[in-house]
Design a protein. Structure first.
Length: 133
């Protein structure tokens, strides 16, 4: 299965689902603690150091006053070769003043939005998916 590439079909069938937990982005000068890596939602290695995305509850001693993020998964199987999908989503969210950090994986796209705007973000995405939007 290669996933959907048609932008109209992607928007109509994206079925956004919000996870219940808050997430935080952590960065480290060296290697992050192994226990955090094992429980991380994602690990991204950048030149400046690794970034871990973890549930806030798993990092309460490290998270401190870091921004909290809600995770919205778009449950449509989107192709990694789809054109314009994330652009359409981020444009719609930006019109409502909602920032987004997107991560694409093999089957789905995932959006991290500010925790306090999670309900607004979900409403924007559902309206974008509605016929005639």
């Amino acid at each position: 299965m290669t996933g959907e590439t048609n932008l109209t079909a992607l928007l109509r069938t994206m079925r956004p689902e919000m996870q219940q937990d808050a997430y935080v982005f952590l960065t480290f000068n060296g290697e992050p603690p192994a226990a955090l890596v094992l429980g991380a939602w994602a690990l991204v290695r950048e030149a400046e150091g690794p970034t871990l995305i973890v549930k806030e509850s798993a990092s309460s001693d490290l998270a401190g006053a870091l921004p909290r993020w809600a995770l919205i998964t778009l449950t449509v199987h989107s192709s990694l070769e789809a054109v314009g999908f994330l652009a359409a989503l981020s444009t719609a969210l930006a019109k409502d003043g909602i920032s987004t950090n997107a991560i694409s994986a093999y089957f789905h796209d995932h959006l991290f939005v500010p925790w306090e705007r999670r309900g607004d973000a979900l409403a924007v995405l559902k309206a974008l998916a509605a016929p005639g939007a």
